[in-house]
Design a protein around this ligand. Sequence first.
Ligand code: KIV
Ligand code: ZN
Length: 549
Amino acid sequence: MKFADKYKANYFLPPEDRYDWVKRDRITAPPVWCSVDLRDGNQALVTPMELDEKVEFFKYLVKIGFKQIEVGFPAASETEYAFMRKLIDGGLIPDDVTVQVLTQCREHIISKTLKALDGVKHAIVHFYNSTSKPQREQVFKLSQEKIVDIAVDAAKMIVSAGGGFAYEYSPESFTGTEPEFAVEICNAVADVIKPTPSNKLIINLPVTVETSLPHVYACQVEYVKKHLKRADSIIISTHPHNDRGTGVADAELALLAGAERVEGTLFGNGERTGNVDIITLALNMYSHGVDPLLDLSDLNETIAVYQKLTGMKVPPRSPYAGSLVFTAFSGSHQDAIAKGTKYRAEHSDAKWDMPYLPIDPSDIGRNYDGDVIRINSQSGKGGIAYVLEQKYGFVIPKAMREDIGYKVKNVSDRKHKELKPDEVAEIFKKEYIDVNSPLSLTSFSFDKSEEEVLLSLRINNNGKDTIIIGNGNGQFNAAVSALKRAHGVDFTTVLYSEHALETGSKSNAAAYVGLKHGDSTVYAVGVDPDIMTASIKALVGAVNKLLKA
Ligand code: KIV
Ligand code: ZN
């Protein structure tokens, strides 16, 4: 790309040298959320929603806890108007939900908007005009005074119509507006509305287009808040878009800077790169121990509703919601998560501090089973052991994890694809359990004297039934001696462990045996309802591997 010398940084840093927001490191209370899915989100869709779809979306927003919902621009189209009427006439607006409508500062648009609200219980009339320098100079070709007149005239019109509504004013394209002028126009509007502490005016400071680093916006928000005349009667609202990909940061820093309300959309749908993503904001708060007061406990349902009604897709890396965001493929991450999970099982009262998982996926309805640890050629022994334990109950001893890790990873590498848990289990079975040739155990019996055990093994050796005998201080050692003697193999037992299989078939036990001969160590696993049979099966399997080697 050739650098074009035609850009400059287009933003206004307010003339203030001390900001309080920089001293704050967390958001301590949830803002008032206002969903603009049905207006800003909808107007940006390739195919805007139809009336029934808007109704369904509205009901879902209510279901998950939104108390303020911008439902549209009733004067903009018949569908928008009809939707507003349907909500009111159909009694679909719960008493504790306030609907919001958007209008430009133009007389006929304002009157149609107010008409659409006839009979509504609680509504916010949101009026806006563009205040930025480029809009004033290039689009409207109007002075600052004239731009103030537009907002003030609209405020007068709206107030004189009465109706008992709440009001919101947006100096649209706020971030491209000189901060002093933004203060001037907001104060002028407030002088008309005359808000009180019990009937506050919402001043919405939109990042209509993101042009600066997020902290510049935070400074702009704090500056306006500090210089508004009726601070105790005003709610500062933030409405970031995401042109630089920092909409979430804009909103969070605006909250630090004194905003108390956020306008945004589910999963960040909206004009161009979208509005700020309320799901991310809410779950960011949640991860800091602040209840966002939105119910996101079934995020899969939220995604499904959103995707069905908007036709948009939630990308796999979308924070919290993406299909891959709780998944660890990398070996070291898997290992840490597996250990963290174990630690948590032993410290269930501890606050969440899990490596690589900012929140507990199960809190938002995501499944650990097959979701968190997935296996590909980048995975490690810890992750593979985790899958075998969580899903199939095999507690793989540390000593043999590397061996299994290589076998599973090699398959994934060769096939060049992810392995599902069933495929991992299949490899495990083939490589460690089904090692039945040349020898396989048919049965065994033993005699126990005070000093030792005399064991007789019935072994199928390449289709031939044989009996071999061994002795030792226990059954397992007696089986070792029988196999060494009968098959001329020499080895040291470097691993022996067993446990009851908790998942799958409840009555089975699993035994793990590792045998070392020279430089090589081989491993096998036996599964049987009887623990000693499982152990001898594992031993025979490992001897088979030595014999083959
Ligand atoms: O992004 C924006 O500035 C808007 C206004 C209408 C608030 O959507
Ligand atoms: Zn917007």
